[in-house]
Design a protein around this ligand. Structure first.
Ligand code: 5GP
Ligand code: ZN
Length: 140
């Protein structure tokens, strides 16, 4: 459940220091060393899982509960008006550390950060066809 070459496994084991915010038996949270805003935190399971498709869903409750606690604390500590929860899967999505983690990013009314640009579908039929295609790949 740990990968000796994984930086976040090494942080979870205490081999590499971090600015720890929160810890329980399954989850650890610490500050990102390259923050979008000061207070930008990372929440990780202590066990090694590459991404959303590999993390056991049983861990979801512990991770979600920790994210709620950490996000509330980050908001209070920074005086943020809101926060983003981000989680990147794969190189194409910007994942650089292949031990799943959730970013908690404090946001401010005047920070004018654009997280992404949104597009549109040419018509409803195209949108419905995409929904049907995705649904056809769902496993029960
Ligand atoms: P990703 O791009 O994979 O979603 O996010 C990885 C994040 O981990 C980046 O925001 C990066 O700044 C942060 N990071 C990478 N290495 C370390 C480290 O050794 N310590 C800490 N605290 N953050 C790290
Ligand atoms: Zn790991």
């Amino acid at each position: 459940m740990t990968d000796v070459n994984c930086i976040f496994c090494r942080i979870a084991k205490g081999e590499i220091p971090c600015s720890k915010i929160y810890e329980d038996d399954k989850v650890l949270a610490f500050l990102d060393l390259a923050p979008v805003h000061h207070g930008h935190a990372l929440v990780i399971p202590k066990s090694h899982h590459k991404d959303m498709l590999e993390v056991p869903s049983e861990l979801g409750c512990a991770i979600f509960a920790a994210m709620q606690k950490v996000a509330a604390a980050v908001v209070k500590a920074t005086g943020a008006q809101g926060f983003n929860v981000m989680q990147n899967n794969g190189l194409a999505a910007g994942q650089t550390v292949f031990h799943i983690h959730w970013h908690i990013i404090p946001r401010f009314d005047d920070d004018s950060l654009e997280m992404w640009e949104q597009g549109s579908y040419p018509d409803m039929a195209t949108m419905q066809a995409m929904a049907a295609k995705v649904a056809s790949y769902l496993e029960n």
